[in-house]
Design a protein around this ligand. Structure first.
Ligand code: CA
Length: 231
């Protein structure tokens, strides 16, 4: 299921959104401030962000700017309260993908969410279909947690699968070793250092790539980290 991050400080509104989105089958995390939202976004790599403009601390505009600066390409739906905020969303070209002015109807919100996910990920975001990521003949089946190259099934450890999933869900996004280490924390002992990631990536390449020395799926970005190849 697609994951959605809701950044909204008014808890009643946030809970309402969370409930409605969960009813549609999305996994939803709520953050009550821009700062919290950014932390959650870097850990979760959500598929979509719903971002209120008026927040305590940094506002929605600044949150969006920092989100994009951190490399997130997740579609962002901004929630605005007034016409001048709408002007700002459009005028600043901060990278918001769509906006809704409060008060909005939930049905309208759901249709925007579906449209954004479809635009960003194609059929991957179709909540009724199986979610798959495809690149060349590599197929990552997110629901069955299976990886195929052509007809050949590739056996991965839980950690390898999570690493691959996170990289492949954001093609072209460079993940630092530290970020990847945070992502695999749930699957590994806590005292691992960043070199662990190199080892996992090298195992992944041996399993996935035709020539692990010249990878076409998981590429090294020198001095920065790793990225999944863009289509
Ligand atoms: Ca608010």
């Amino acid at each position: 299921m697609p994951t959605i991050l809701v950044v909204e400080d008014e808890s009643a509104v946030a809970r309402g959104l969370q409930y409605a989105l969960q009813q549609e089958g999305y996994e939803v995390t709520v953050a009550p401030s821009g700062e919290t939202g950014l932390t959650v976004a870097s850990e979760l790599a959500p598929d979509l962000v719903i971002l209120d403009v008026r927040l305590p601390g940094i506002d929605g505009f600044e949150t969006l700017r920092r989100l994009r600066a951190a490399g997130s390409k997740a579609p962002v739906l901004m929630l605005t309260a007034r016409a001048d905020e709408v002007d700002k969303v459009i005028g600043l070209e901060l990278g918001a993908d769509d906006y809704l002015t409060k008060p909005y109807g939930l049905r309208e919100l759901m249709s925007r969410v579906r449209a954004l996910l479809r635009r960003a990920y194609g059929d991957l975001a179709d909540a009724t279909g199986g979610r798959q990521i495809r690149h060349r003949d590599l197929v990552i089946d997110l629901e069955r947690r299976r990886v195929l190259r052509g007809e050949r099934r590739i056996a991965l450890t839980a950690t390898e699968f999570e690493l691959l999933r996170h990289l492949a869900q954001r093609p072209g996004r460079v993940f630092t070793r530290r970020e990847l280490l945070e992502l695999v924390r749930d699957y590994e002992a806590l005292d691992q250092d960043e070199k662990t990631i190199n080892v996992h990536v090298s195992h992944l390449r041996e399993k996935l790539e035709d020539d692990p020395a010249a990878p076409v799926f998981i590429v090294t970005v020198r001095g920065a980290g790793y990225a999944f190849a863009e289509r």
